[in-house]
Design a protein around this ligand. Structure first.
Ligand code: NAD
Length: 477
């Protein structure tokens, strides 16, 4: 039985209720978490406020940085343990779970070094005045985390908030919170004072909602679906609480005829297969210049047929989806495709060893998907790639910009001038040219436009979002 972690202590919810945690690889319960309520959130926010006011605000930037570095090192020492926890919780293939644990350590490493580089400015003003700006923490920040990359999203969101001097209350997703409870324990072990990092588990509509409404929360970082993002904004608006929203995407991979296909094909494949397509930045739309449409689909089709799906610990190309309702969601999209007569190019295979009770879905490549069909407009959040041809650059831009989202775009072309034109014309938070998010990008600001959200996390830019600017004007003679 897993407990909440508040003020460096493991505490049961005052509700006395729990939620069963299922292993997506076999659909069976293997653990229980707390089904917390508003009163647990209140305890965590009070603990965070006390931690901030009594201890954390006295830490200098360099001391905060050293503590974050100790946590990074501790996470690295426990990387295998954390990876195994998250693998079972989320159904991630071993390589993906390992990469996520190392990314978590890297976030704390990056933000440890950033703490004492964050500073304000002096501003020339009237004679006899000195004006300066201070970057101050918001205070107590709330973090609502989705289930697809718990460790990575915790690292980028909480890492930045702590580096900027905030204390944090974290609400992980009900489907995947085990690794984060363990990280909070490790933080206490390396010396994080009580109240600086608190974890409260439970359902979004109960405990997430209570966090978003709590008057003691000074800033909310929300990563999740656009519809819940709207609810968060509404709750925050009632008390003018600032919000960072990292929402969904329907990201295009745009391939011109002059592209280096040897580089593009593996990146296109990985962009939709990674984490079984349950990735906000999944490259789920494939826009291909007409003249290479058929050969590229033939090549990708062969790759799709070789893909294997199975239990997380078999470490195949894909693990299961997170839960049955997610599996059903993907099935619904695929049956809509069938009804609309959208042709399937190829499908991978679920291996025989995969238990019937697990939440598996074979990766699927569809072609000639009309740009306005829901398959080309909505986030499937599963391993389904939708291909469509374009005739020229203008049409590629129109198609790329034709959804409500604007998170990531991949552009594949050797033409340098076109690279810049495309980067300018596509409405998106990130443009990757001749790559698709290689290297993890801890250092790179990340976020969306349109329904993909606003505000930026990752990189140094995140620290600006996790602080507020105070202007101090002094008249001295
Ligand atoms: P979700 O919106 O259902 O849940 C996200 C979190 O919000 C969970 O912790 C959930 O418990 C909580 N929540 C749910 N209802 C709530 C409410 N009424 N009030 C407060 N909190 C509530 O999303 P999900 O299904 O967990 O995650 C998938 C979505 O997240 C996709 O849309 C994906 O694109 C997006 N995502 C975006 C990014 C990014 O960086 N842009 C990263 C990962 C995931």
């Amino acid at each position: 039985m897993q407990l909440n972690y508040i003020a460096n202590a493991s505490i049961p919810s005052s509700s006395g209720r729990t939620i069963a945690v299922l292993d997506p690889s076999d659909g069976q319960p293997f653990e229980h978490i707390q089904r917390s309520n508003a009163s647990d959130i209140d305890s965590a926010v009070r603990a965070a406020r006390q931690g901030l006011d009594t201890v954390w605000h006295k830490f200098s930037a360099v001391e905060r940085g050293r503590l974050l570095m100790r946590l990074s090192q501790k996470i690295t020492e426990h990387a295998q343990e954390l990876s195994q926890i998250e693998q079972r919780d989320c159904g991630k293939p071993t390589r993906q779970a390992n990469a996520d644990a190392l990314a978590l350590a890297r976030y704390f490493e990056f933000y440890s070094g950033a703490c004492d580089k964050l500073h304000g400015e002096t501003i020339p003003y009237l004679d006899g005045y000195s004006v300066l700006t201070w970057r101050e923490p918001h205070g107590v920040t709330g973090h609502i985390i989705p289930w697809n990359y718990p460790m990575q999203i915790f690292g980028r969101s909480v890492g930045g908030a702590l580096a900027a001097g905030n204390t944090c209350v974290v609400k992980p997703a009900e489907d995947a919170c085990l690794s984060l409870i363990r990280v909070a324990q490790l933080a206490a072990e390396v010396g994080f004072p009580a109240g600086v990092l608190n974890i409260v588990t439970g359902y979004g509509h109960e405990v997430g909602d209570a966090l978003a409404r709590h008057p003691g929360i000074d800033h909310i970082s929300f990563t999740g679906s656009p519809s819940v993002g709207t609810l968060i904004q509404q709750a925050a608006a009632l008390r003018h609480c600032p919000v960072t929203l990292e929402l969904g995407g329907k990201s295009p991979q745009i391939v011109f005829a002059d592209a280096d296909l040897d580089a593009a094909v593996p990146a296109i494949l990985n962009g939709i297969v990674q984490n079984a397509g349950q990735t906000c930045s999944a490259g789920s739309r494939l826009l291909v210049e007409q003249s290479i449409y058929e050969p590229l689909l033939a090549r990708l089709g062969a790759e799709f047929e070789n893909l294997r799906v199975g239990p997380a610990d078999m470490d195949l190309d894909l693990g299961p989806l997170i839960r049955q309702s997610q599996q059903q969601r993907v099935w619904d999209f695929l049956s809509d495709a069938q009804v609309a007569g959208i042709p399937m190019v190829a499908q991978g295979r679920v291996v025989d060893e995969a238990p019937q009770s697990g939440f598996y879905q074979a990766p699927t490549l569809l072609r000639d998907v009309p740009f306005d069909h829901r398959l080309a407009q909505e986030e499937v959040f599963g391993p389904v790639l939708c291909a469509m041809p374009f005739k020229d650059e203008d049409q590629a831009v129109t198609l790329a910009n034709s959804t409500e989202f604007g998170l990531v775009a991949g552009v594949w072309t050797r033409d340098g001038a076109r690279q810049f034109r495309m980067a300018r014309r596509i409405r998106s938070g990130q443009i990757f040219i001749n790559n698709y998010g290689a290297g993890g990008g801890v250092e790179l600001p990340f976020g969306g436009v349109k329904s993909s959200g606003y505000g930026r996390e990752k990189g140094f830019e995140a620290l600006l979002g996790f602080t507020t600017l105070k202007t101090v004007a002094i008249r001295h003679g």
